[in-house]
Design a binder for this molecule. Structure first.
Ligand code: AHR
Length: 343
């Protein structure tokens, strides 16, 4: 099989390269290190080498996403994982991708911090014959053949779910005629999650003349920024009815700011908060009635990536896009999910 032959060749090159590096480094033990440089012995020639460039560790969701990858691509499962954390910087991701190319890995998997700016490095991967699998966020490239497939969330759908949940709640409360003043905490600028969720929510908001989006503030998907921006917004706008916070980490910060300002969040409070991700601690706040609804963003993408790699290994065709399953949680239905998450 072509992929297998290519891999065997790449393994040969990888082994030669590693042996040379170790000899140069004066490794006297007579034991070769793995590509991870962690002192373990040479990887089994049958392992599939997967280079993963993760965005960073900005959120609880991201940590879960990383875990899903690390738990999937183990030696027991037949993989050698080369994992790089880009600390939110596109330049670090590009560097990591180039290092995977020079190590001639079998597959490159990466979650792009922003959509633009990947054409050159992906062209280099294509020329090296290394299949690229994009996960979580998307890339905007001129030539779609620069990556094999994308696996992740339907962020526009998530944004719509948030809007429809608010719509449903206001209908139930007979508040359709009331003026609803909304602020949004946005994630990383230029990221698919930010763009998609904002567009999805806007598509519902524009159906309601009484919904007024006061401001959309950049809060970078972090708790610290969420708190800082929410403090600023609370000072700037006297009446805020709804906060749409694009991830749970920003929501935790926003809730702290709301409390500090002497305001209360929740159905019984004066500000409704809708969040995204549905991490455990946020779902507990949904159950407690503090967060009105939390739209799930499924971090468990490792198993889907593995299925795609298995297909490619068998020489089978794969789809251009794979959406992971997701839902929205409200107080009415969150208990069952929390029960599943209990240790
Ligand atoms: O791209 C997915 C988003 O990125 C998650 O909602 C957020 O928590 C993360 O940092």
């Amino acid at each position: 099989m072509r992929v297998r032959e290519g891999r065997d060749r790449r393994h040969l090159w990888l082994s030669i390269l590693l042996a040379l590096l170790l000899a140069l480094a004066g490794c006297a033990k007579g034991e070769e290190e793995t590509a991870e440089g962690d002192g373990r012995t040479t990887p089994d020639q049958d392992l599939i080498v997967v280079g993963v460039s993760q965005i960073g560790s900005e959120s609880v969701w991201r940590t879960a996403n990383t875990l899903s990858i690390q738990e999937t691509f183990t030696k027991e499962n037949g993989y050698l994982l080369l994992f790089e954390n880009a600390r939110q910087k596109q330049e670090n991701q590009i560097k990591a991708l180039r290092s995977f190319i020079s190590q001639r890995v079998d597959y490159i998997v990466f979650s792009p911090v922003v959509e633009e700016g990947w054409d050159t490095v992906l062209q280099e991967a294509k020329e090296a014959g290394i299949p690229v699998i994009v996960i979580d966020r998307q890339v905007k490239v001129r030539d779609k053949s620069l990556y094999v497939t994308w696996i992740g969330s339907d962020f526009v759908y998530e944004g719509r779910l948030a809007g429809e949940t608010l719509e449903e709640y206001l209908r139930k409360e007979h508040r359709q005629q009331e003026s609803i003043r909304i602020v949004a905490l946005l994630g990383t600028e230029g990221a698919t999650a930010t763009i998609g969720r904002a567009a999805g929510f806007a598509s519902v908001a524009e159906e309601h003349e009484n919904w007024l989006i006061l401001e959309q503030a950049d809060a970078e998907f972090t708790t610290a920024k969420g708190q800082e921006e929410m403090e600023r917004l609370l000072k700037k706008y006297e009446d805020i009815d709804v906060v749409i916070s694009q991830n749970d980490d920003m929501t935790f910060g926003a809730l702290a700011a709301i409390e500090e300002a002497g305001r209360t969040a929740g159905e019984d409070g004066d500000i409704l908060v809708i969040s995204f991700d549905a991490v455990k601690n946020a779902l507990k706040l949904v159950e407690a009635g503090v967060i009105l609804a939390d739209v799930e963003c499924n971090p468990n993408q490792g198993e889907y990536v593995e299925k795609v790699i298995r297909k490619l290994e068998r020489g089978e065709a794969v789809a251009r896009l794979y959406f992971v399953p997701e839902t929205v949680f409200t107080k009415a239905d969150v208990a069952e999910r929390l029960l599943l998450e209990d240790d």
